[in-house]
Design a protein around this ligand. Sequence first.
Ligand SMILES: CC(C)(COP(=O)(O)OP(=O)(O)OC[C@H]1O[C@@H](n2cnc3c(N)ncnc32)[C@H](O)[C@@H]1OP(=O)(O)O)[C@@H](O)C(=O)NCCC(=O)NCCS
Length: 284
Amino acid sequence: MALNGTLQERIEHFFAQGAEAVGNKDAEAAFLELRTALEAGTLRSAEPNASLPLGWRVNAWVKRGILLGFRLGQLAEMGCGESLSFVDKATYPARRFSASDGVRVVPGGSSVRAGAYVSKGVVVMPPAYVNVGAYVDEGTMVDSHALVGSCAQIGKRVHLSAAAQIGGVLEPVNASPVIIEDDCLVGGNTGVYEGTVVRQRAVLAAGTILTRGTPVYDLVKGEVYKASDESPLVIPEGAVVVPGSRSVTKGKGQEWGLSVTTPVIVKYRDEKTALSSALEDLLR
Ligand SMILES: CC(C)(COP(=O)(O)OP(=O)(O)OC[C@H]1O[C@@H](n2cnc3c(N)ncnc32)[C@H](O)[C@@H]1OP(=O)(O)O)[C@@H](O)C(=O)NCCC(=O)NCCS
């Protein structure tokens, strides 16, 4: 019986039970084990796997476990003192950190949800939100008004600038989350959604928006990158992407002289980019 099986077997078992699992102590125990492993970074909703075409494997069962947590959780009142009160699923309170975790969470309205992994050396500036299943690796800066959506995978030494929005992907469970690999700079007011993968060292200039439906024009290599049925949008390693526009070439759009916004790869990282994107080491 699944009750004595591996964590994956127990999660799959209780997830398949639907509403029947609510109130079941074994289901809660399995979920809490999953949540603890997510927070420790030993289990991830998606992880690097060089043998797969995208270089990442999605652990659909882990996402089912996260969804199980929402199903099992009753609404509970939370908060501190009399001034701040919140109501959320009891299974997903805000995470508590201690100095030994090595993560700085500056006071002022930031929240890291239970079930998120945040590595040592990460700085979270207020207000910012890190959702369940997210994985934020060493030395990354999550600046003010940034969102790290559910299951998003953020690499080492990434700078998520002010108001950068990294979309969450919980469902469908086999959908690849947004992935930002090591040493990327995600500029202010950018948006990366719908499973987009940003390869190592890429730079997204302020204001760039990437989705499944966004074609990206590479002026250096003369190629156009798009998501397909099999693959999300993938931004190549070291690409410098800026917000651009292109003319509408048919129909009313052409007649009216309209253009639509489109991200453009203007170059690949060079020394000048390194200067423009230098991180504030002193702040860390
Ligand atoms: C992308 C960025 C890092 C500049 O990189 P860079 O390597 O120094 O780029 P360059 O200045 O060499 O510019 C290369 C080309 O892209 C264009 N370009 C650069 N940044 C651009 C932008 N944000 N939007 C549109 N075009 C841009 C330049 O005009 C230049 O075009 P040209 O060759 O036709 O003259 C910078 O523009 C940026 O967006 N930084 C992030 C700022 C930010 O969000 N800070 C957050 C603080 S919390």
